[in-house]
Design a protein around this ligand. Structure first.
Ligand code: AMP
Ligand code: ZN
Length: 331
């Protein structure tokens, strides 16, 4: 879609490359075992190892060589992205890492992911890492209803997502963390445009629009056109959105911890709504202790049956490579 860059470069010998990248990133082989699979669990890796593993993902995707990013610059960028995340129960650095790992998995395990051009892959991986940066733990509706400064700044539209994107672009405009420094002006414009669309695709408001666009392509038997900017952006949006919503397709222990975290964040918002004498939404009402499991289970059933399940089924039909990544999610 960017007209330059060609396909991703195949690695010389995969195992030798992986070992070299691991050594350069300072990670142990056990820490990245299964990194491009669904069974990898961020909960089992100490958080103080995440930055190194993110560096490994960027290296092993060939992005640093391709875009002339010195390791030090990438390390600084990742640390500053990390520091940009707040200590929320759900929208925190662990979520950023988890979504990056899932994006890495999708780009390696699906045919469309493997065929992304380097700049497209780069835009996706940068967005995955920063997609919720500086999230305040409040939903867009809350920010709009309370007239928060960022809601007014962004004209009440995709408030959180616009904020994460602006924050990221500021980070990328600092000389010491300018991961776009080697790109031409045209490439910079293209990568920013793609990133803006990917950030926006994480706003749940667009969930059905994105999935339905994709489903109607499948229904009409329209092949994905790799050189069509619209088709490519739709695929990138889906990859980003699928990575963001992938908690329920992880193994049970992993998914359970995310479910507890997202519910806790909603309840904290509900506590604040109550303090502000605002109506407290159904999902935001903190249950009695003996009703906690039931309330969490209810949110997970709804989310799985109506949101994640149908989306991953559609992705399995149109996006899966030989490893059947999305099909394995719905099985
Ligand atoms: P984001 O805020 O960018 O992480 O967008 C994803 C949204 O999906 C979250 O804000 C939640 O509303 C929703 N979501 C993600 N994971 C879950 C989950 N396990 N259960 C219910 N909702 C979820
Ligand atoms: Zn997210």
């Amino acid at each position: 879609m960017f007209g330059t860059g060609g396909k991703q470069k195949p690695c010389r010998a995969a195992a030798a490359c992986a070992a070299e990248h691991a050594a350069e990133a300072g990670v142990e082989a056990e820490e990245i075992e299964g990194l491009d699979t669904l069974r990898f669990s961020c909960w089992l890796l100490p958080m103080d190892r995440y930055e190194r593993v993110v560096l490994y993902m960027y290296k092993s995707s060939g992005l640093l060589d391709r875009f002339q990013i010195p390791d030090d610059m990438c390390r600084r960028f990742i640390t500053r992205a990390h520091n940009g995340y707040r200590n929320n129960p759900y929208h925190n650095w662990r979520h950023a890492f988890d979504v990056s790992q899932m994006a890495y998995c999708i780009t390696r395990q699906t045919t469309l992911g493997q065929n992304l051009k380097p700049l497209e892959l780069y835009a996706l991986m940068l967005t995955a890492l920063c997609h919720d940066i500086d999230h305040g733990g409040k939903t867009n509706d809350f920010l709009v209803d309370t007239g928060s400064p960022i809601a007014l700044l962004y004209n009440l539209k995709s408030v959180n997502e616009n904020h994460h994107c602006t924050y990221t672009f500021k980070l990328l405009s600092d000389d010491s963390t300018n991961m776009l420094h080697a790109l031409t002006l045209e490439q910079k414009k293209a990568v920013r445009k793609t990133m803006i669309a990917c950030f926006k695709a994480t706003d749940m408001t667009f969930h059905f629009e994105i999935v339905n666009q994709y489903k109607s392509k499948l229904k009409d038997g329209e092949a994905f056109v790799p050189d069509s900017p619209e088709d490519t952006q739709l695929m990138l949006n889906l990859m980003m959105h699928a990575a963001d919503l992938s908690n329920p397709v992880r193994d049970y222990e992993n998914a359970k911890q995310w479910a507890a975290a997202v519910n806790e964040e909603w309840w904290l918002q509900g506590d604040m709504e109550a303090r502000m004498s605002l109506p407290v939404g159904g999902m935001n009402k903190r249950p009695e202790p003996d009703g906690t499991d039931q309330q969490i289970a209810g949110t997970q059933l709804g989310f799985g049956d109506f949101v994640v399940g149908p989306m991953f089924e559609a992705l399995a039909q149109g996006m899966d490579g030989p490893s059947g990544l999305f099909q394995s999610c719905v099985d």
